[in-house]
Each structure stands twice: as C-alpha cells, then as structure tokens.
Design a binder for this molecule. Structure first.
Ligand code: UTP
Length: 288
C-alpha cells in the first residue's frame, strides 16, 4: 500500500536546549535561514508525502504561523520590490497539506504518535521526529517508504552510534539482509547495562509504520523516563512480525541538543549558496 501520510511529533518540552526553548519550540530553531521543522516538511514532500500531521502543544502556535500565509508581510515585500522573497514566503504556506493536533500532556513520543490515530486511519504512515533534521540528496523518508513498499513491514532509519549514544537512544537486534538493509527482531530503549545492548545500531529520527502500531501504543505501559515510548511499541512490532532497519544515506543533525544545533548551523552555513564562502573565510580568519 502506498505511503501518503506523515506524522511529525513536535510537542516535546525541549529541556536539553533551554533557555532557548523556554518560549520557542526547538523545532523552530533556525539552521541559518530556515527553522528545523521546514527542512523536515520539505523532506516529507520530496518523499512523495501528500498529507502531514504536526503534533503540537501549548506555546507552539508559531509552528502553525510559519506554514500559514502572512498577508501583511507579503504586501510589504511586494511594495519594496522584493518579489522573489515574497514568492518564497508564499511557497512555504503552499508546500503541503498540514493538519495540527494538540498533545495535551507531554507523555512521550509514543503518546504523541497515538494522538494522530484518527488522522492516519487504516494505512501505513511515516514518522519524522520534529527535532531530527536529516540532509541529503535522496530524502531519508523516501528511502524508508521504498523499503516499506518492497517488504511490507515497518521500517526504521538506523545508524551505528557510539557506545555512549546507544545508551541515550536505543539498541537494535539486527541481521544483515543485503547492502544497507537489516532485519530487526528486537530492541531496547535506553539500555542501562552492557548486557542489555544488542548492537550499536540505533533508530534515528525516521520510521514508516503499519497502522497496527496504534493498537500496540494503546496497550504499552510507561517506559524509560516515565514516558510512553515509541521504541517500546516498535519493539513489540519487531517481535511480532519483524521490522526492517535501513542504514540510511544522509547527515543527521540532532536539534534536541546544543552541540547538534551548532553542528547543523556550521555545516549548512558552509554549504549555503548566499553566505557559504564568506562564512568559510570568516572561520579561517578566526583566531582560536
Ligand atoms: P525528545 O524526547 O527528544 O523531546 O523527543 P523532548 O521531550 O522535547 O526533549 P528533552 O529531553 O526535554 O530535551 C523527540 C521528538 O518527539 C517530540 C519532540 O517534540 C521531538 O520532536 N515529542 C516528545 C512529542 O511530540 N511529545 C512528547 O511527549 C515527547
């Protein structure tokens, strides 16, 4: 079945990037000249997604404003001859068909995805974590959709990470299928001991799931950090019917921590059409 819908959970509190995120969602942190969430919506659209649901919460209405029309700003840009910028601003509001659902309490990523149950209905869907920006020629969401369409099983974007990071994310039990594709038959969220670590492969930021995940999300207990974890539901799915891990092509920036935000700004800045060369020259001259 074709994957047409995507859910972007963006309702978290972002405590690791405080105080920047006291009044502003971390998903709106800019990478040079675009907020993180715009890169993510663009990735979904480039992957062939037709309908997007963003999970928001109190204080996150600027996310909705960003993808809405801005008539006063558009008029001002036109009046001052900045037609091209005006077109760019209008294009953001026409990029995708976006629905917003509020998660009333931040009970975890699994709970955030469950909030999209009626939006998704009875079809497979993609999940793009709102604070994980992944940049590359071939959009990662599209890489997962192609894999889902080949195997008919839930898919997750995976990467081998450091032993320190695997304890912060999750650890997967994997067997190579071919090339960059792995069969995933078990996983553990935030393994506390070495004995719990299956491999250094972790799920990073993207998955494509069958609608059966909702029945699982409705029954799982609270997990790590007292939150309803999406990984716990995917663990159950992988044990029941197996999942496919896709060691994806693309560079991932974790906008949920301060170093990740800086890396994104520096690397995207260096490659930026308008300011890249000047930024490179500035860094070379910097007396460190
Ligand atoms: P994180 O666990 O990184 O988000 O969730 P967080 O809770 O904001 O982070 P810290 O630990 O306090 O810094 C990954 C994604 O899931 C969303 C977040 O907005 C983020 O994009 N999320 C998380 C929700 O939508 N709802 C939640 O209850 C938790």
């Amino acid at each position: 079945m074709k994957v047409r819908k995507a859910v972007i959970p963006a309702a978290g509190l972002g405590t690791r990037v405080l105080p920047a995120t006291k009044a502003m969602p971390k998903e709106m942190l800019p990478i040079v000249d675009k907020p993180a969430i715009q890169y993510i919506v663009e990735e979904a659209v480039r992957s062939g997604i037709e309908e997007i649901c963003i999970i928001t919460s109190r204080g996150k209405s600027i996310l909705e404003d960003h993808f809405d029309r801005a008539p006063e700003l558009e008029e001002r840009l036109k009046a001052s001859g900045k037609e091209q910028m005006c077109d760019e601003i209008v294009a953001i509001s026409e990029m995708a068909n976006i629905t917003y659902i509020r998660q009333k309490e931040t009970k975890g990523l699994g709970h955030a995805v469950l909030c999209a149950k009626s939006f998704v209905g009875n079809e497979p869907f993609a999940v793009l974590y709102g604070d994980d920006v992944i940049i590359g020629e071939d959009p990662v969401c599209g890489q997962l959709i192609r894999t889902y369409e080949e195997f008919g099983k839930g898919c997750a974007g995976i990467k081998a990470v450091s032993p320190e990071d695997v304890r912060k994310y999750c650890s997967l039990k994997v067997d190579l299928i071919r090339d960059n594709l792995y069969s995933v038959t078990d996983m553990v969220e935030k393994p506390a001991t070495d004995a719990e670590i299956f491999s250094l492969y972790s799920i990073l930021g993207r998955c494509v799931l069958p609608p059966e995940i909702f029945g699982i999300l409705e029954t799982i207990p609270r997990g790590a950090g007292g939150e309803y974890q999406l990984t716990d539901a995917m663990k159950e799915l992988s044990r029941r019917e197996g999942m496919i891990g896709v060691d994806f092509c693309g560079i991932r920036y974790d906008m949920g921590n301060k170093l990740g935000v800086l890396k994104a700004i520096v690397e995207v800045g260096l490659a930026h059409r308008e300011i890249g060369d000047d930024f490179r020259a500035y860094l070379k001259d910097l007396k460190l």
